[in-house]
Design a binder for this molecule. Structure first.
Ligand code: G6P
Length: 634
């Protein structure tokens, strides 16, 4: 039991119907029967009419209905004991050879197979993890998320990316508004607009059809759409729908990225899609301005140029209009969509529908929705995102593995690891829990990865012989592009998949000194050739990477991240950690402006930064502006 049983930590303002700006304090309370959302445990049959899902979304009482830290509970302690006294004495070599155990550590849903028999767990471990999940009120928390409770308490927001892929006709009322209806109004607008552009009704200012798209955005307004674009680029339905259209992304404020994004594109046939939730992000503002100028330079400075060639996805209509984009060319989304959870909103819908058609994007939404339904209703024991999340918690908090690698055996998923990196590290890279208390257990893995087999020829040495990094292997039963070479023992896809099946066992089993010796290696070389093994991994096997499966995969990983945050009692939906660097950059920007154009001495920085800035200024020049921005005129 905690010494301090009740804390009173201000966390912002939660709207109550009667007193909209009343501050609330999130606190642990003793009343275990504090209001919880009613759990729906049965899965709705697809032939039933959509139901009203929720109208309740104010107080996140589930977070208050606990009086002790999760790490002080008997469930947490039992797992610590289990890790120390049971699992530390096992080796995956023996565990994986136990067929009965392996048979149990397997789950399937809608064509998606999860084999977690190469994780350092036994059925007893899983029982203890499910008990921990129940203690942490995982079921209630995920239900609260789906119902639109404002579980992002520090920003007083609902977390409703699942509503972005809810089927048309489903109802979900938030503050009196049916948000699924709003979602579908925007999706229909995107369907109509993308059809018009694709069939040549909407043409450029010189009358030429638009067939190039530059999506300008960064972070969550870039990584999800780019991963999705890459996933579909070689998929047969999507690539046929794309024809000779070109979709590029401009994210980095490095001007080199502008060059790469516009290279060899005809401005007459090019449309810029400015994607920014806030429409205040510096990188995106400057890049958008640069592309706008590029279009104006080539096509003439007229309202028509902007109207025909620049559109936006944002929550900030005022800023979009101020930038010069016609209100009808803005495709909105909402503050209950987090940036890194926004690929299913207009953020992904617009570029992907323009490039591949709305139908393809809709298949992606359907795949994501299928995984949402599974996550929401399936029992914890067979619930894929829950299993992945619990294994993440187990590896990080109990076995102390602080990194995690993701290896898609599909070149089309080359940007998936980067997307998951932002999704997970921005969500769970926290040092305090939802009560503002410093977490006293490890949370938030370092995520990285590369497609197999490329990764094998790069960092796999470390994975096999250096630090232990739990891995996710993602493979597909069929290739997007089947190729067979005569005279080869197997098809090219089988060649790829041979590695997918081999690597997890190599990591788990390793190679003993005796095995090396039996190969006739000299004694002095043996230590260099021993693989300790006992390195955990999961295998995900899916049918073929199409739009639907890409949606499933996205939702699977989004929910994995949420599960871990729910159990760790942290808020996975804010990101204050990205602010400090931005504020300091503002100060440097001002200094650069004043030193370059108004001869002010560099001052107010520490010795090292001052020295670096001076060296930078000495070796470079700014711009020959006609009218230099002057901070004092602001
Ligand atoms: O979409 P925007 O408002 O331009 O934000 C773009 C990105 O900027 C921030 O730095 C956040 O860390 C990201 O979560 C966000 O996706």
């Amino acid at each position: 039991m905690r010494e301090e049983k009740c804390r009173n930590v201000p966390v912002g303002f939660v709207s109550f119907p009667s007193t909209p700006t009343q501050p609330i304090h999130l606190q642990r309370i003793h009343n275990k029967r504090a209001q919880l959302p009613i759990l729906v445990t049965t899965q709705r049959r697809s032939n039933r009419k959509p139901i009203v899902v929720s109208t309740v979304q104010s107080v996140p009482s589930i977070y208050q209905a606990t009086d002790e830290r999760i790490s002080n509970t008997s469930e947490w302690k039992a797992l610590e004991e289990h890790a120390k006294n049971v699992i530390s004495k096992t080796h995956l070599r023996d565990l994986v050879n136990d067929d009965k155990r392996s048979e149990k550590l397997w789950a399937e849903f809608d064509g998606c197979i999860l084999d977690y028999s190469r994780q350092r767990v036994i059925p007893e471990t899983m029982k203890l993890l499910f008990a921990l999940a129940r203690k942490a009120k995982l079921e209630e928390k995920k239900e609260a998320m789906f119902r639109g409770y404002k579980i992002n308490v520090t920003e007083d927001r609902s977390v409703l990316h699942t509503a972005l892929r809810a089927p048309k006709g489903t109802q979900l009322y938030i503050d009196g508004v049916d948000i699924v209806d709003e979602v579908w109004q925007v999706l229909e607008k995107i369907r109509t607009f993308s059809d018009r552009v694709r069939n040549g009704q909407h043409v450029g200012v010189t009358g030429r059809p638009i067939k190039n798209f530059i999506a300008i955005g960064i972070g969550g307004s870039y990584l999800g759409p780019e991963f999705l674009h890459e996933a579909l680029r070689t998929e047969k339905v999507a690539s046929a729908a794309a024809g000779d259209r070109v979709l590029r992304f401009l994210s980095n404020v490095d001007p080199v990225d502008v060059k790469r994004a516009t290279d060899k594109l005809n401005p007459e046939e090019t449309m810029a899609i400015v994607v920014s939730k806030t429409f205040t992000t510096r990188e995106t503002s400057i890049n958008a301005k640069t592309i706008k100028d590029w279009l104006i330079y080539h096509l003439g400075d007229s309202a028509e140029t902007i109207k025909k060639h620049v559109v936006a996805c944002s929550t900030n209509l005022d800023k979009v209009v101020k930038f010069g984009i016609a209100p009808e060319n803005m495709f909105p989304f909402w503050d209950w969509v987090g940036g890194r959870y926004s690929v299913c909103s207009a953020v992904g819908a617009l570029p992907i529908s323009l490039q591949y058609s709305f139908d393809v994007f809709e298949r992606f939404l359907k795949g994501a929705h299928s995984m949402d339904t599974h996550f929401r209703y399936a029992p914890l024991e067979g619930n894929l995102p829950v299993l992945l999340g619990l294994l993440g918690v187990w590896n990080m908090s109990f076995l102390n593995y602080n990194a995690r690698a993701i290896h898609p055996y599909s070149e089309a998923l080359l940007r998936f690891p980067a997307h998951i990196q932002q999704l997970d590290m921005e969500s769970n890279g926290k040092h305090v829990n939802i009560f503002g208390e410093v977490v006293d257990y490890p949370v938030g893995e370092i995520d990285f990865g590369e497609p197999g087999t490329n990764g094998q020829h790069s960092f796999f040495q470390l994975l096999h012989m250096g630090q232990v990094v739990p891995c996710d292997f993602i493979g597909f039963i069929e290739s997007q592009n089947p190729v067979c070479e005569e005279g080869e023992p197997v098809s090219n896809h089988d060649e790829l998949m041979a590695n997918f099946f081999a690597q997890p066992d190599a990591l788990a089993f390793g190679k003993t000194a005796d095995e090396v010796r039996q190969e006739g290696k000299p004694e002095w070389l043996i230590p260099h050739m021993v693989f300790t093994g006992n390195r955990p991994s999961s295998c995900l096997l899916m049918p073929v990477l199409d739009a639907y499966v890409t949606g499933q995969l996205l939702a699977l990983y989004e929910h994995r991240t949420a599960v871990q945050g729910f159990i760790w009692e942290i808020n996975s939906f804010d990101q204050f950690g990205v602010e400090l660097g931005k504020v300091l950059a503002n100060k440097v920007r001002k200094q650069l402006n004043e030193s370059r154009y108004f001869n002010k001495k560099i001052s107010g920085f520490n010795h090292s930064t001052t020295k670096l800035l001076n060296r930078y200024m000495e070796g470079s020049v700014g711009c020959a502006f006609e009218h230099v921005f002057h901070y004092e005129d602001e």
